[in-house]
Design a protein around this ligand. Structure first.
Ligand SMILES: Nc1ncnc2c1ncn2[C@@H]1O[C@H](COP(=O)(O)OP(=O)(O)OP(=O)(O)O)[C@@H](O)[C@H]1O
Length: 269
């Protein structure tokens, strides 16, 4: 059963066609990764899917409903949430407070009850706290709940950001470079957490430069180059695709992008 369907998405910035006619789909429990050399259009594609940019062409269907024109907060309430490449954590708040903010973003409808300080508000605050602590336990951050977020290691902050997105109870979760800046141990932690989330039935869309991680955890990979989808398939299919290899090798000559073939060989070894 398809949960997220992307059809012919495209957008231009001035004269530049940043993304052109890109489509793919994701089912519950699937990890779908979008890869491609620097500037290929991955983040722009994510921005269109998550309501940050309005595409010039194409559609985004969530559970069969056309949500193309929905803004991010409305999409989040429909079950599609994202994290950003750069951390969006409130560094001065505690770890727990950061997650609680995520819950409040998910339920703005209770504002009047909050203002009137109804008994239901206190009960809900307790429920939210319990749920937030449960989420923190899942990423072993519960012991750090009362610490100021700014004191956490980078890998912990990355996990906190994912947890905060989970407060919205997404069915589709877009992760933009969740392992960026993480060391090998932190990357593996994030890696197994993502696999766990997928196993719980969430469809994960991933943009990630760490090719070993992509090859390890993806069920399906979509490859972009210069805004076009040049290939898609299983990690094995994609890593053997000559067009994909040449896109990466071409990029490697001018930029610091790893060759998929070599990265797959390393990941195997
Ligand atoms: N808001 C914008 N205005 C103008 N051009 C943009 C904008 N956002 C992206 N672009 C351009 O669109 C193209 C695709 O950029 P995008 O950031 O989506 O690529 P990417 O694959 O995510 O790259 P990276 O791997 O480096 O993050 C680039 O040429 C970029 O300069």
């Amino acid at each position: 059963m398809t949960l997220l369907q992307i059809e012919g998405l495209g957008i231009s910035f001035g004269g530049l066609r940043a993304v052109n006619d890109v489509g793919f789909s994701a089912k519950p429990g699937e990890v779908v990764s979008v890869i491609g050399p620097n500037g290929a259009g991955k983040t722009t594609l994510f921005n269109m899917i998550s309501g940050v940019y309005l595409p010039n062409t194409g559609r985004v269907l969530l559970d069969g409903q056309d949500v193309t024109r929905f803004e991010s907060h409305r999409l989040a309430r429909k079950g599609l949430t994202r994290t950003f490449q750069n951390l969006q954590i409130f560094q001065d708040m505690t770890v727990l407070e950061n997650v609680i903010v995520g819950f409040h973003l998910a339920e703005r409808g209770h504002l009047l009850a909050d203002i009137l300080s109804l008994p239901s508000t206190k009960r809900r605050a307790r429920e939210v706290r319990t749920k937030a602590m449960d989420l923190l336990k899942r990423v072993r951050l519960d012991k750090a709940a009362d610490q100021v977020a700014g004191n956490l290691s980078y890998g912990s902050l990355k996990r906190l950001e994912i947890v905060r997105a989970l407060a919205m109870e997404p069915r589709v979760l877009l992760l933009d470079e969740p392992a960026a800046g993480c060391n090998a141990v932190e990357t593996e932690e994030i890696d197994s957490f993502i696999a766990e989330l997928a196993a719980s039935g969430i469809a994960i869309l991933l943009v990630e430069h760490d090719m070993k991680m992509v090859m390890r955890i993806s069920n399906h990979i979509v490859v972009l180059d210069h805004g076009e989808k040049i290939a898609e398939g299983s990690p094995e299919e994609v890593s053997k695709n000559p067009e994909v290899i040449s896109a990466y090798l071409g990029a490697e000559a001018g930029q610091d992008t790893p060759s998929v073939e070599r990265e797959v060989a390393n990941a195997d070894g």
